[in-house]
Write a protein that binds this ligand. Sequence first.
Ligand code: PEP
Length: 259
Amino acid sequence: MSEPSRRKLVAGNWKMNTTRDSAVELARGTARVVPPKPSPVDVLLCPPFPYLCSVGAVLEGSGVLLGAQNVCCERPGAFTGEVAVDMLTDVGCRFVIVGHSERRHIFGETNHLIQRKVVAAIAGGLDVILCVGEQLAAREANQTEAVLDSQMTGGLTDLDESALGHLTIAYEPCWAIGTGQTATPQQAQEVHLYLRKWLADRYNPGRAQSTRILYGGSVNAKNALELLSEPDVDGALVGGASLKVETFRPIIEAAAAAK
Ligand code: PEP
């Protein structure tokens, strides 16, 4: 059953793409196509760090939310090259993506580090999108649930129930990210239901019902409506297709149209 806090969320993860000019242009274009209020869908843009301020200025008053792609778990101080939670809230971020598969697998982020980021971000006033998902070998070896168990347990250790109100989960099977190979709606629904049950067992059924679980992995104009119509798919985390208004817009519209 859909609760008010499970309004659909469509998040664009621009990764390490755009220039300042193209980021501003893309933000402007996206803001123009979001459904008018009251909208049934929340839209979030996560540009690269250097463009957060410029994009934030464009989004002001548009209803489109601003988020970052990563954050440091430490308080401001001597951490060369890192970006603190306070800095993100200072420039208007409401959300941060934590534990994206590219952070885990290219930059070696562990569940322990990811957990510290989740705790620091929520304590500092951000909403977190925690990414989880298995690699192809794990799926083929029937290890999907074991991988998700360890990422959920590792990422959420010591997170109390009240913090869950600031948490969104994104199920992103690694084999579907940027590959053009999407999970079927059935595969996505099966995993989302598993994750919701995990939350119900670990916390409580009410919290599990109100926590948004997004799907990510090659979401596009063609597959969005079917994926987003699954009962436990509460939105999409979109990479490639969020980089052009004409490819992102149909996903936002699909989310608005999905039951
Ligand atoms: C992502 O970066 O989180 C993602 C899902 O990318 P893509 O949509 O390009 O597969």
